[in-house]
Design a protein around this ligand. Structure first.
Ligand SMILES: [Zn+2]
Ligand SMILES: [Zn+2]
Length: 147
């Protein structure tokens, strides 16, 4: 995600004002790399501005998404949508136990280079999600097993 000032400029281009509420939401999003849901962002917003509604948070997130500042990531464990504040193509590891979704760097060729099925397609984004159990959940399970 770009700096708040640059986002403010693109909001102005679209005829949208950077209200204090919007600024706070954008600031929270720009720092959060945990792929938050609307609800996660809302909880952080009301700690600072209790009067902000869920609808405002939801609408601002939708605006950021339409500006291409953040992208939707499907959370397949509950069908919800989480938001990624890094709009550049990258891959994820998803822990099926604690539902942490983290960015991973995969050293792999572009999909079009190894699949004939994509011939003629224009690729706009490549994203792979690897599912598993993270080290701390594995440790916790091992400890629970010993008791
Ligand atoms: Zn975990
Ligand atoms: Zn990500």
């Amino acid at each position: 995600m770009r700096a708040v000032e640059k986002i403010a400029a693109s909001l102005r281009d679209k005829g949208l004002k950077l209200t204090p509420q919007r600024r706070l939401i954008i600031e929270i999003l720009s720092k959060d790399r945990s792929h938050p849901t609307v609800e996660d962002v809302y909880k952080q917003v009301v700690e600072v501005m209790p009067e902000v509604s869920r609808t405002t948070v939801y609408n601002t997130i939708r605006e950021m998404s339409s500006l291409g500042e953040i992208v939707e990531v499907q959370d397949l464990s509950d069908g919800g949508i989480r938001y990624d504040t890094c709009a550049e193509s990258h891959h994820h590891f998803f822990c099926i136990s604690c539902r942490t979704l983290r960015d991973v760097e995969l050293k792999m060729p572009h999909a079009a280079e190894f699949s004939d099925d994509l011939e003629g397609c224009e690729i706009v984004r490549e994203q792979m999600t690897i599912y598993g159990i993270c080290p701390s959940c594995r440790d916790a399970a091992k400890k629970a097993g010993k008791n």
